[in-house]
Design a protein. Structure first.
Length: 149
C-alpha cells in the first residue's frame, strides 16, 4: 500500500485532473512487501498517452485490475518491484514479470517468475512443498503486439 501526505500534494497539477483526483510529488510505501509497476497506454479522444500505474501487494489486486481494465487501457508491460527479503539480495529490484502463480490453499501465497529466470515466493516456507497454479502469464510478444496496436 502507498501512503500519501497532504503536504506532498501538487496543488497546480491536481487542478487539471478534476474532482477526486490528485497529483502527488511523493508517496510512502506503507509495507515492505512487493508491488507492481505497470507501463500502460491510455486511449482518449485526444490520442494515446503513456501512463504508469502502481499497484500494491497482494498480487490479486494486480490480477483484478488486469481483468477489469477498460478497452481504453493497454498494458505494455508489468514489472515486479521486490524487497530484499523476497529477492534474496540487499536491495530492492524492479524486474519484468513473466508469470504469477498461486497456492490454491493459501490466497496470500504467490510465486513470481521474472524475465531473467529468477523465481520469488511471497511466503518463503512455500518454496519446496507447495503446488502452485498458474494465474497469469506475461510475454514479451504480448507487450510488443499491444504497443503496435
Amino acid at each position: 500500500m502507498f501512503l500519501t501526505d497532504n503536504a506532498a500534494r501538487h496543488p497546480f497539477a491536481s487542478q487539471f485532473y478534476g474532482d477526486g483526483m490528485n497529483v502527488w510529488r511523493a508517496a510512502t510505501l506503507a509495507t515492505l512487501d512487493e508491488w507492481f509497476y505497470l507501463n500502460c497506454l491510455v486511449k482518449s479522444p485526444e490520442g494515446e498517452f503513456p501512463e504508469i500505474i502502481l499497484i500494491s501487494h497482494p498480487s490479486h489486486d494486480l490480477l483484478s485490475f488486469l481483468d477489469q481494465r477498460k478497452d481504453d487501457v493497454t498494458v505494455i508491460d508489468v514489472q515486479l518491484v521486490s524487497p530484499p527479503h523476497l529477492n534474496g539480495t540487499r536491495r530492492w529490484k524492479m524486474e519484468p514479470l513473466v508469470r504469477i502463480w498461486r497456492d490454491p490453499s493459501n490466497s496470500w501465497s504467490h510465486r513470481y517468475d521474472v524475465a531473467n529466470g529468477n523465481r520469488y515466493y511471497s511466503i518463503q516456507n512455500d518454496r519446496d512443498n507447495t503446488e502452485f497454479e498458474l494465474c497469469r502469464e506475461f510475454t514479451l510478444s504480448d507487450a510488443a503486439e499491444s504497443a503496435a496496436a
